[in-house]
Ligand binder design. Sequence first.
Ligand SMILES: [Zn+2]
Ligand SMILES: [Zn+2]
Length: 258
Amino acid sequence: MFIDSHCHLNMLDLAPFDGSLQKVISEAKDMGVTHFLNVSVTEKDYEPLLKIALEYDNIYISVGLHPNENPGESLDLELLTKNAQHEKVIAIGETGLDYYRSEGDLSWQHERFIQQIELSKQTQKPLIIHTRQAKEDTIKIMREHNAQDARGVMHCFTEDWAMAKKAIDLGFYISFSGIVTFKNAKDLQDVAQKCPLDRMLIETDSPYLAPVPHRGKPNYPGYVSLVAKFIAQLRGESVDTIAKKTSQNFFTLFSPNA
Ligand SMILES: [Zn+2]
Ligand SMILES: [Zn+2]
């Protein structure tokens, strides 16, 4: 029983599955995946994602605006606030800062990040934070805007232990994707070894970042099992322990159906 705590089901290549999302979900089930958090990257994702979530009891969604989407624009806070009320919406994001794919004056990214931290506190639905090449500013904004009152997850974490520790100290969880299985991901493997089990989540971020041995190919939610297996081996723990702990953490953090 694994949970894919971060995927983009609406972006998957369904061709190998005869165009059927049902088949993707059923393959994932065969690989032991029981629940999915299908993450929004823009406000427009709400309708299509909700449609999927209403068809499956075990698929939940988030509402939010990704730091690289609609560059320079402000977010539709009124719409996000309204859509966040649905019981299938269990998180706010993905939001955060990404200085890798955006440059110049990024105050618009900051503003949107802050607004989503506030929305998370207001709705009591945890944050999904995406951070890339923006360590200092991400932690700074989290601290200044009391993200510890919102709680949430540092998704597809790729930074070092020092950053992970700061997020953990703010009450956040660290989510590992297929990147942790990459040969050159030594720093990240160090984080996966040091991360307390009660703060760990796993994800695919599919369709991106397939774990070894599917690296470079399309990613699917079923492969979250490979992430769990890799981390288990790395830490010298049973796959069952990693599966149980990360699933428990998912329910503790997001309280779906609560
Ligand atoms: Zn992301
Ligand atoms: Zn994502």
